[in-house]
Design a protein. Structure first.
Length: 617
């Protein structure tokens, strides 16, 4: 049982010292908007606030805290921090999940509160694009007979804008019933926006359900609030506005890079007005070295932000930080310059996975020469698009931990994580005889897998053995995300394919395969959008060119924010590159006229080391 602490005597966990605005944000009992720039510690602030509310019983037992994030790994990270500090009490009283997971939970739990015509089949699929395409074609939407992503944008927009309850005059009202119920031997299929709308409709039309949710959650956390869409905000407003539930929203306008995905441009102002919230600003950047913080500050004017006196951590010397601008005649020279610089950093002790290569878009167009140059130096790198989300899947994390312990049992923390997860999957109480029996069975599974690995069984057999022990139905019940359609099988198929590739490249060494699969020995290459929330000692942004920022004239604010996010991922060093020629693109010759303000920022501030690489060097 968690010991209750008087709120006047509460101190932040783990001896962490919070700046004054952060401490006020943690202890506030009003609706609040926390403006927190890069490196300000948004996740830590929310973890401290949850700990404060639970330890002081301001979130009165049995009420709960709801924390909503945009990414599964962010939600999991926050959950783990709170559970570490508050123990078993936090497992049942702190719910940390994504918007999509929360909306799906509402829909599935209160499915029969919907009128029959809006009630989807219980075994609905999610985002099956082939079925969605067939539904539109069935209703006469014949575009050119091919499945194309631009058509899905039209489909998504149509489904999102369909009114509930359905209005017969709307075209979307003829599509929704097909997808809700299934048609022509096609299963029912929903998009996440449809799930969002149905969850909101449940709240709007069922006052008792709305009251039950408000009563359950005394406090609600909204992370990365600048990326909130109109549908997501509408649900939060419909569910909690005017209630006693206290909302804490955390975000940063300077990192608003999801306008293309529907993020509300003025969500901060609307929230402040409608929820009558306090506003706090965090001024400490715990991540970046002083020179990098200064460059970030120099961007405030172009981002139309107040020039706040952002502080850097005392761990730095005032001269720390490195900013480079590489200008090359071609991508081969660019690649060699980057590879040589990375080699120096690794020789000084920086690990490969603490270095990142970023691209505005399509890493496959910008990275081949760099990957080749690194490989020639014996440095691994890889485009993360196939790995990044897969590694974060809870079933994949569990499988990797089990295999790792089968190889080497002397991994106490992983072993405890496995036991906790398996016991939860089996819903067993820790004070029963069955608990002891299950622990023995887990150990027997470990020995069986060890024997299979020694006898060179392949990864498919290993996974089948694990699934047989855990029981697929139990897995899907514990991780509801996997209960829909083919998602669980698809995840495992992708894992097996990529694991086998790494297994071959690791010369069939299982531990090296796991390490390489998890990216421990390679430099990640990814888009700026995928880097959101991550940090690295050194960041290389490749392609500071008009062709990469092709939409700059239409969306300068968002592209400036994108540049800012790339810059702010770095702790010690950031390097931007421009190549006069880039093969493989529609227009190989590159220009920087449209985005010249970025070059002016880097050059004229005098903060960047500008280095030219020419064929004459």
């Amino acid at each position: 049982m968690m010991k209750i602490i008087d709120k006047e005597n509460w101190q932040p966990s783990d001896n962490i010292i919070l700046e004054e605005s952060a401490f006020q944000s943690v202890t506030s009992q009003n609706n609040i908007l926390v403006i927190a720039g890069p490196g300000a510690g948004k996740t830590e602030l929310l973890a401290q606030k949850a700990t404060y509310l639970l330890q002081t019983n301001l979130c009165k037992n049995p009420r709960k805290i709801l924390a909503i994030s945009f990414k599964t790994d962010a939600a999991q990270n926050l959950k783990e921090r709170v559970e570490k500090r508050c123990g078993q009490d936090a497992k049942s009283r702190f719910s940390s999940m994504t918007y999509d997971a929360f909306f799906k939970r509402i829909l599935d739990h209160f499915l029969y509160a919907l009128p029959e015509e809006l009630r989807p089949k219980t075994d609905y699929l999610i985002d099956d694009l082939d079925i969605i395409d067939k539904a539109f074609i069935k209703q006469g939407c014949l575009l050119d007979g091919t499945i194309n992503s631009k058509f899905y944008k039209y489909y998504d927009k149509t489904l999102k804008e369909t009114s509930l309850p359905l209005i017969s005059s709307e075209f979307g009202s003829r599509i929704w019933p097909l997808l809700l119920k299934g048609f022509d031997n096609n299963k029912a299929t929903l998009t996440f926006k449809m799930i969002n709308k149905l969850a909101d409709y449940i709240i709007l039309t069922n006052e008792q359900i709305k009251l039950a949710i408000q009563t359950t959650y005394s406090h609600v956390f909204l992370d990365e609030f600048q990326d909130t869409t109109d549908l997501q905000y509408k649900f939060i407003k419909d569910c909690f506005l005017g209630s006693n539930s206290i909302i804490t929203a955390v975000g940063d306008n300077k990192q608003r890079i999801m306008l293309w995905a529907g993020a509300m441009k003025n969500v901060f102002e609307i929230y402040n007005d409608e929820f009558k919230s306090e506003q706090k600003i965090l001024l400490m950047n715990h991540r970046s070295a002083p020179k990098l913080v200064e460059l970030q500050r120099n961007m405030y004017e172009s981002l139309q932000e107040d020039n706040l006196d952002i502080k850097y951590s005392e761990k730095w010397n005032s001269s720390d930080g490195e900013i480079n601008l590489f200008i090359s005649d071609n991508e081969e020279l660019e690649a060699n310059a980057i590879a040589n610089d990375i080699e120096k950093k690794i020789s000084k002790g920086i690990k490969p996975n603490d270095i990142c290569i970023l691209c505005k878009q399509k890493p496959q167009d910008y990275s081949p020469a760099i990957e080749k140059a690194l490989k020639e130096k014996g440095i691994r790198s890889r485009i993360e698009i196939d790995y990044q989300d897969l590694i974060k899947e809870p079933i994949i994390q569990l499988i990797l931990d089990i295999i790792s312990c089968a190889i080497n049992i002397k991994q106490a923390q992983k072993w405890e994580t496995i036991k906790d997860c398996v016991i939860n999957i089996f819903s067993i109480n820790s004070d029963t005889a069955t608990y002891e029996e299950l622990q023995n069975q887990i150990f027997d599974l470990r020995n069986k897998l060890k024997n299979m690995i020694e006898h060179k069984c392949d990864i498919s057999d290993i996974i089948n053995t694990i699934n047989s022990f855990l029981d697929t139905n139990r897995i899907k019940a514990y991780f509801p995300t996997y209960s829909q359609g083919k998602y669980f099988d698809t995840i495992l198929d992708r894992f097996i394919k990529l694991f086998n590739i790494e297994f071959a490249e690791s010369h069939q060494n299982w531990q090296n395969t796991i390490d390489n699969f998890c990216g421990l020995n390679s430099i990640p290459i990814m888009t700026i959008h995928k880097s959101k929330g991550l940090e690295y000692s050194a960041v290389y942004f490749v392609g500071l060119e008009d062709s990469a920022f092709w939409n700059f004239k239409k969306q300068p604010e968002e592209d400036r924010c994108t540049f800012f996010v790339a810059l702010s991922r770095a702790k010690c060093s950031v390097t931007f590159t421009f190549s006069n020629v880039r093969s493989g693109l529609k227009y190989p010759e590159q220009k920087k006229d449209v985005i010249n303000e970025f070059f002016v920022l880097l050059k004229e501030s005098g903060m960047a080391n500008v280095i030219s690489y020419t064929n004459n060097c």
